[in-house]
Design a protein around this ligand. Structure first.
Ligand code: GDP
Ligand code: MG
Length: 282
């Protein structure tokens, strides 16, 4: 099953809430998710899974669909649209705190008629606003409408139950220990990017890319790419304060003893050159 929707509606937060562990990075900046992120939910028969053998739901989180301004933006849209093919259930996520706009409608026109519309952020909207949003969402041709809060978990069980009912019979795709699909290298690079998104603003978040260049566990070296010399200074911070803070926050999310080395490099306009962002794994 796959989540689609405008940037910032809470798709990645919802995926993490459903899985009960972090598999996708999130931020208050749009276009945080740059590639398809997969997470796997395993439900035994006594926890609501299929009576014979349980149920597995493979979730695909996607970049938000938006009006592209760069080659990277176009690529992200294509990735999100692609994820809609070959899935059993599509979930269109909309934000309860914002009017349904052209962005939502554009995505809505691309989901199948049996999609589930998820109205997220009900914790921040108030009862009347949630009801109004559900009514407004009724214009979208879809099979089910579920109000949730990805932040508090409200309504998430109902959504999971709906999804469990919809899963077709078949052999499991993943072993039960797999929850996050991305390799450790990709995950650590993502964690670094998440923390950089939290501390930078304006155009800087969009200009950042990260990749692991050395992996000698517990020592990991991560390269941070920015587009301009001026951004390099921002990312490093006064006497390296920003990098230090980022390193500390990332280490806190890794197994004990991890040593994360961060290096910043200028790669002018990496977003505009497909060969450059494909090399980064998008
Ligand atoms: P995505 O771009 O759709 O993947 O959105 P994210 O999951 O990165 O979330 C975007 C922002 O919305 C983050 O700052 C989240 O903390 C916030 N957010 C997500 N879900 C909720 C929610 O249910 N309630 C509130 N109040 N904020 C949320
Ligand atoms: Mg996301």
């Amino acid at each position: 099953m796959t989540f689609v929707g405008r940037p910032n509606v809470g798709k990645s937060t919802l995926l993490n809430q459903i899985l009960g562990t972090k598999v996708a990075i999130t931020s208050d900046k749009p276009q945080t998710t740059r590639s398809q992120v997969r997470g796997v939910l395993h439900r035994t028969p006594d926890a609501g899974g299929d009576p014979d053998g349980g149920t597995q739901i493979v979730f695909v989180d996607t970049p938000g669909i938006h009006k592209p301004r760069t080659a990277l933006g176009e690529h992200l849209n294509a990735t999100a649209s692609h994820a809609l093919r070959d899935v059993d259930v599509a979930c269109l996520v909309i934000d309860a705190t914002a009017r349904i706009g052209p962005g939502d409608r554009w995505v809505a026109a691309r989901v199948p008629a049996d999609a589930i519309v998820v109205v997220n952020k009900v914790d921040a909207a108030g009862r009347d606003a949630v009801v109004a949003q559900l009514v407004a969402a009724g214009e979208i041709p879809a099979a089910d409408f579920v109000p949730v809060s990805a932040l508090t978990g409200e309504g998430v069980d109902t959504l999971v139950r709906l999804l469990l009912e919809r899963m077709p019979e078949g052999p499991p795709y993943y072993p039960v220990e797999v929850v996050r699909e991305s390799p450790d290298e990709v995950w650590v690079a993502e964690l670094v990017r998440e923390q950089l998104l939290a501390v930078t603003r304006d155009e800087v978040p969009h200009s950042i890319a990260t990749r692991v260049t050395e992996w000698e566990w517990p020592r990991v070296r991560v390269e941070i790419l920015v587009e301009r010399e001026s951004q390099k200074g921002i990312v490093i911070g006064h006497k390296g304060a920003v990098l230090k803070e980022v390193g500390t926050r990332v280490r806190a999310q890794l197994p004990e003893g991890a040593f994360v080395e961060l290096a910043v490099k200028v790669d002018k306009d990496w977003q505009r050159r497909p060969e450059s962002f494909h090399r980064l794994g998008f």
